[in-house]
Design a binder for this molecule. Sequence first.
Ligand code: PLP
Length: 515
Amino acid sequence: MVVHRAEQAPALTAPGGMGLTARCPLASAIAILPEVHSPAAPNEHPRGFPMRFPAEPFRIKVVEPIRRVSREEREKLIREAGLNIFAVPADSIYVDLLTDSGTSAMSDNQWAGLMLGDESYSGSRNYFHFEKTVREIFGFEHVIPTHQGRVAENLLFSTLLKPGDVVPNNIHFDTTRANVEHQQAEAADLVIDEGLDPTSLHPFKGDLDPGKLDRLLTEKKGRVPLVMITVTNNSGGGQPVSIANVRQVREVCRRHGVPLIFDACRFAENCYFIQQRESGYANKSVAEIARELFSHGDGCTMSAKKDGLVNIGGFLALNNAEWVSAITNLLILIEGFPTYGGLAGRDLEAMARGLREVLDEDYLAFRIGQVAHLGEMLDQAGVPIVKPVGGHAVYVDAKRFLPQIPQSQFPGQALVAALYRDYGIRAVEVGSLMFAHRDAHSGEVAYPRLELVRLAVPRRVYTTEHMRYVAESVIELHRQRARLKGLRITWEAPVLRHFTARLEEITDREVGTAR
Ligand SMILES: Cc1ncc(COP(=O)(O)O)c(C=O)c1O
């Protein structure tokens, strides 16, 4: 008997009765059973196309050639780079999955908008278009443009935080955490426990634990000026947050009299997951869901380099006029006049157009499907990945991929270096090179719980064939994993070492003596 994968799959149900809805084209992608080989029955696309992973909903008008680099050249380049992928020139990379931030392809409509840039110092028409767009989509009254997301964070925290304060979040992205700590405040990560378990199939692993939040707000009374929720939760694997959870968090905030601010970088991807997975939302448009989501908050920070579909840009949108007046003074000091905020008029126009385009559900079905498809190809071949697959990236579990390499020898980085050397693919390590540190009290090295390699997919840039190439490469490397060796650091900077560290391979002879 041929059994549909989704029928065999374990139920994906969250507390509170949320589960994957029948409409969900991703249900089978999330719950793959390796022994089932027959292709799954096609799902209904929202527009009625019978496709599990919809094809690209665009045609290609301009192409950017990719230079093919021989294996010998790649071997030389990665060795010269000290096995650090950040030091390899971008034009020597075949498929670049380093990040989804600022790497999107703009549409013809956005490029046309650039030509309509009004570069007046104040009162540019593009600002008014941008302001209207943000108000309509997000529903917040005051719109402050910035040149990227971290500036929005800096403006907000410089205005609201004082030393000793605490900011809760599901998981702070690293620039958010750094900007909180820059004010000598503390960043507290309160994601639900399932959000830290790479094997949990919870459909909303980005949810913030309302119980943990309530306890923290009680214990730190008077020291929490705002609560944040990051949608989707990038540092937890691009996992979505449900509206039910946002409502619960909002209620806890209301009881304690604390405002709720969203980090909205990947809001459209998050709202698409809500439409697909949360009961009660299957018949709402992503734009309607976004309006409802943000109606529970008091404002948002945004890096438009993600779901703004632009290469540079961001904003802060708020309802509180007092905060806005203090922030505007600072904005003029560090970014520019409030109607351009560190951007050209043309950038504001491209951002206004991108924010509308990203809500197109054919685009979102393709986008989320493309990432899910990459995850499914790897999962079916037995490559260990974090599941369910998130919105913008597939995370390979390097601990399970390379069990022969201990965390002290950077298995994630070994995998990243091999992926470039053997296949010209750039991924990024999110593991011991990025996060291991010496504990100030014990003097022992503390290793992160997860050792991951992130394959982040730029928006509208690569085709399904590129994804197939990536999948086949990772699968082949997995077959040959026994030949990969651990690494050691030969040079490192005192902070954020993963960007510039230099490493070398540990030889077979050394491995023999070390074990
Ligand atoms: C969740 C999240 N917040 C904030 C930022 C910072 O945005 P930017 O790089 O535009 O400063 C990022 C960037 O990757 C992010 O993913």
